[in-house]
Design a protein around this ligand. Structure first.
Ligand code: ZN
Length: 189
């Protein structure tokens, strides 16, 4: 759950980061940026911002924004019917992105969010800087995190079925619920 005012503030931060990275964005597009809190209600700690440029039945292109020190929870894209699951290539545009996949523990710069050790099993750290890219085969567990300045990166993938993504953290709900600020204030009175 995220308050409308916080949703809009994070959305503006994400739009500013995208523009600072040199990518043009109309006002209407900036208003379409999705702020995802994974139902964990602490978007600055675990969350992601997504601008979908397009998503057809077969391919999609997005710009993802991570706020400074924000972590996208560990997840994988499972097979669906005859499809092996989403294959994804990411390419960093700005900032430093720490990417974690299965493999030997090389974690140096990253950290697991407090109290969440059981929800992040991958400890193989890959440090991605602008122009670095990585292709993730379908079904591979992964999570990622931004350093101090945040990160902006492209995500190109096969058909997106975000609703089917699996997360290690059982508390996660993929759909972000926005609460109106007046409701919260009314409740506080
Ligand atoms: Zn993913």
């Amino acid at each position: 759950m995220i308050k409308r005012s916080e949703y809009e503030r994070v959305q503006e931060q994400a739009a500013a980061a995208i523009r600072a990275a040199g990518i043009q964005l109309t006002a209407a597009e900036a208003a379409r940026i999705e702020v995802v809190d994974f139902g964990l209600s602490h978007v600055a700690v675990e969350g992601v911002q997504v601008f979908t440029m397009f998503a057809t039945e077969r391919i999609s292109a997005k710009v993802l924004v991570m706020l400074p020190h924000q972590t996208e929870p560990e997840h994988w894209h499972p097979p669906v019917g005859g499809d092996p699951g989403k294959e994804e290539t990411i390419r960093v545009i700005a900032g430093t992105l720490l990417f974690f996949i299965p493999g030997p523990d090389t974690m140096r710069e990253g950290w697991v969010p407090a109290g969440k050790a059981g929800c992040y099993s991958c400890r193989h750290e890959i440090v991605l800087k602008p122009c670095d890219q990585l292709t993730l085969p379908p079904g591979t567990k992964h999570w990622f995190q931004a350093r101090d300045g945040g990160a902006v990166f492209y995500s190109f993938s096969t058909c997106v079925r975000d609703g089917l993504d699996r997360f290690t953290d059982p508390a996660i709900v993929r759909q972000t619920v926005i609460s109106e600020d007046d409701e919260v204030e009314a409740g506080a009175r």
